[in-house]
Design a protein around this ligand. Structure first.
Ligand SMILES: Cc1ncc(COP(=O)(O)O)c(C=O)c1O
Length: 506
């Protein structure tokens, strides 16, 4: 159970993580300096003297309104100032000379290692929704095939799933995800297993789901699917920029995430991945970046099953010529899948370059360091909420051990339900009342306290029967809070003070 010790311990850990984050940036600048960094040839654009001057807390590197605290990165992030300047300059350069093009293979070569991926399989897509559409419409589904998905998918995944269902006759079967203290990884896996039939073709899940922020046991689900000849599709909208994620190790077949949320790229940028190999051991590859050819070592795959037939939907890179990439949906690990999928007429080169630069900043600052900091802030927030509203008030109760499902910087919190219980059963009348109370709280936090968060309509597990989730007319309306690298523990304290002045409390 939570006590004062866990709160002060959580805060100390957050401060320690903050110091490590600042150190990693200061250290990087000290070692390389402007000239050396530029001479490294990889990322000269973001190493302007101005960008390097951001040596203190992170907030000044972002152009966020200092008059308010933005805690809804789950919807979209804020592009760092040096990247924004380059974006404007690159747009101006193309307006001046419309024949200017940027080499997108260079970009993929630079960013793929940060995601544990091969540069031929890491696609810079438009956003999560675009990635999910490319994946679901590119797979070979037939009438009667089944997809196991969940009751907490975002429209960005639900919409393309409904298209393949209505167009091709694919059956969608939905797992009820458990929430709050009822949650366990084993329960999630067993619910997927229970829906499996001999027609199951794919699992499609978001992790973390936007409604609760609880991370699912991705690798466990992917490898279970692989072992049963089932394709795995991960809507990882919130993963890039928040979690140091290794695509090859995760065992996923297909991944779609956002570039504009936690990764802080411009709007309509995304990170998509198509597993394109079956080797368990690392392999080498020759790549040419900015005219320089080198050999890179790519980590092996935890999923070594055959590659799913796949069609490059939404691209201009497909050809009827036998032997060309993805011709007839046929897979070959030698193919440059990313080049084919990114061949979409004239793109916004400046936006793609800006996403590349954001990824470089994250790689430089340390993806794991950023993740640790984001999670430590979420832990501190959870410890404070637990001390006041009780641990059951959250989708992810505070746990000092930070289990995998809590390794996420989204915190879903419900102070509106009876007993401050996230899983409390609600009557339709109570649900309606809660919608209003929750929306009023989001508005008051924004207008009075200058803190931006959001709420969600959530089919939480029922306390009265943990096998069942709330019916459509009895969803709860928890608040959802994002903590990221431009926040500090003081922002968390301010939020808790504002919540005490705004929402019901004991
Ligand atoms: C789980 C999930 N999937 C998809 C999306 C859509 O993201 P995008 O704007 O990148 O298409 C969101 C956005 O909030 C999300 O939370």
């Amino acid at each position: 159970m939570t006590n004062r010790f866990s709160e002060s311990q959580a805060k100390a850990l957050a401060l320690e993580a903050q110091e490590r984050l600042n150190e990693s940036r200061r250290g990087f600048f000290k070692v390389l300096g402007v000239g050396a960094a530029a001479a490294s040839g990889l990322s000269a654009a973001v190493f302007s003297p101005e960008a390097l001057a951001y040596g203190g807390p992170f907030a000044p590197a972002f152009g966020l309104d200092p008059g308010r605290t933005f805690m809804n990165i789950g919807t979209t992030g804020s592009t760092p100032i040096p990247v924004l300047k380059n974006l404007a300059a690159n747009n101006a350069a193309i307006a001046r000379d419309p024949t200017l093009t940027f080499n997108t293979q260079d970009m993929r070569n630079i960013i793929a290692p940060g995601f544990g991926a091969d540069p031929f399989e890491l696609v810079m897509s438009f956003n999560t929704t675009d990635g999910m559409n490319k994946i679901l419409n590119g797979l070979n589904f037939s009438a009667g095939d089944e997809i196991i998905t969940t009751n907490m998918e975002h429209p960005g995944g639900n919409s393309p799933m409904q298209v393949v269902s209505d167009r091709l006759g694919v059956v969608l079967r939905r797992v009820n995800l458990p929430t709050s203290d009822v949650y366990s990884d084993a329960l999630v896996l067993s619910r997927f297993q229970a829906l499996r039939t001999n027609r199951t073709k794919a699992i499609v899940y978001s992790s973390p789901p936007y409604l609760t922020g609880i991370r699912l046991p991705e690798k466990m689900l992917n490898l279970w699917a692989a072992a049963n000849g089932i394709w795995s599709v991960h809507d990882g909208a919130h993963i890039p920029g928040m979690i140091a994620f290794d695509m090859h190790d995760s065992g996923i077949d297909f991944f779609a995430g956002a570039g504009h949320k936690w990764q802080c790229g411009p709007g309509q940028t995304g990170i998509m991945y198509v597993r394109n190999g079956t080797s368990a051991t690392p392999y080498t590859k020759s790549v040419t970046t900015a005219g320089v050819t080198s050999t890179i070592t790519v980590p092996g795959y935890s999923n070594t099953t055959p590659l799913a037939p796949f069609w490059p939907v939404g691209s201009g890179g497909y050809s009827a010529t036998p032997g060309t990439a993805l011709q007839g949906g046929v897979r070959d690990p030698a193919d440059n899948i990313a080049a084919t999928l990114m061949s979409i007429g004239n793109p916004s080169y400046p936006a793609l370059r800006a996403l590349q630069e954001c990824c470089q900043l994250w790689d430089m600052w340390g993806r794991k360091t950023i993740e640790t900091y984001d999670l430590s802030l979420a832990q501190y927030l959870r410890s404070r909420l637990a001390a006041i509203w009780g641990n059951r008030s959250m989708a992810t109760p505070y746990d000092a051990n930070l289990p995998h499902h809590a390794q996420v910087a989204l915190t879903s919190f419900n102070p509106f339900s009876p007993g401050y219980d996230y899983n409390a059963d609600l009557t339709p009348a109570q649900a309606t009342q809660q919608t209003t109370a929750s929306t009023n709280a989001v508005n008051a936090l924004r207008d009075v306290h200058k803190i931006v968060i959001r709420n969600t309509a959530t089919p939480h597990t029922l306390r009265s029967n943990p096998n069942v989730n709330a019916a459509a007319d009895a969803f709860s309306h928890p608040l959802r809070i994002s903590t990221h690298l431009f926040h500090t523990p003081a922002d968390v304290d301010n939020l808790v003070t504002a919540l005490l002045a705004t929402v019901p409390h004991p």
